[in-house]
Design a binder for this molecule. Structure first.
Ligand code: ACM
Length: 262
């Protein structure tokens, strides 16, 4: 299976422009599954909830989702992308799994970061595992890295690959933590971060790049530079993630003692 990320610099509030960027960069890429950053088409640094609401889209009637589905059809791959998802009067910081057949699955960020709490509704969907191109994948978004329960729950539900759209603003913590998530769960993780800045009248927010792909055991397969566009695709065997043995006598899932965790 060929999985990868596309690290780029979205332009704030310019979904059609960002979709064109994605089409130019990803057409012709030989991959099964590509992960894009959090809020990849709207940008991140909203002035207020009203501005977010105006930029967010309902995936059921979204030119962005339609355009990405077409890109998947033309290239035979699936995408996981961050997405500002509007549903009625709610708005979620979501990750969408999109394929040639259109929208396949939605995850809504459970752990909102800092001022996101003022703008977004907190996620309200269970953590789900979905089969894509022969692998079982789970989705999480950015700050979910700080809650080991997310990666562990997805692992317990069978995930082999964690797809992790991000807009990281703190330098290095997440990348380091995801090595541990992959060590303690023996899964793959693709963290797709953006770079550049959202320069807005109410302030500038800078993003830290360094997207990465990690293998079971916490092995770093590839990491992007901090402030450059980067597409990376690697070949993996998702079945490697089914072996949870860490010593001949220790299995990371079978050895758990949940009766002591409550
Ligand atoms: C983040 O959750 N975007 C830091």
């Amino acid at each position: 299976m060929r999985i990868g990320f596309w690290q780029f610099r979205p332009r704030f509030g310019a979904a059609a422009h960002n979709l064109r960027q994605a089409r130019e960069a990803l057409s012709g890429v030989a991959a099964d599954l590509l992960v894009l950053p959090e809020l990849a088409f709207t940008g991140y640094h909203f002035r207020d909830r009203a501005e977010l609401m105006a930029l967010a889209e309902d995936p059921a009637a979204s030119p962005t989702v339609e355009g990405l589905s077409g890109l998947c059809r033309e290239n035979g791959f699936h995408l996981v992308t961050g997405f500002a998802e509007r549903k009625g009067d709610k708005v979620y910081n979501s990750a969408l799994l999109i394929g040639p057949e259109g929208l396949v699955a939605t995850y809504r960020k459970l752990h909102l970061f800092n001022t996101e709490k003022e703008f977004f509704d907190p996620g309200d969907l269970p953590l789900r595992v979905v089969e894509v191109a022969g692998a079982r994948i789970g989705m999480m978004v950015c700050f979910d890295w700080a809650f080991p329960e997310v990666a562990r729950t997805l692992t317990l539900r069978g995930a082999q690959v964690l797809c992790h759209p991000s807009n990281l603003v703190l330098s290095g913590y997440c990348q380091q933590a995801m090595l541990t998530r992959c060590l303690e769960n023996r899964v793959y993780a693709v963290t797709a971060n953006r770079f550049g800045a959202d320069v807005r009248p109410h302030g500038t927010l800078r993003f830290t790049g360094r997207s990465q792909i990690v293998a079971p055991g916490g092995v770093l397969l590839v990491r992007a530079p901090a402030q450059r566009r980067r597409l990376e695709v690697v070949e993996i065997d998702p079945a490697t993630a089914d072996d949870k043995a860490i010593t001949p006598r220790n299995d990371l899932l079978a050895d758990r003692r949940p009766e002591f965790y409550a």
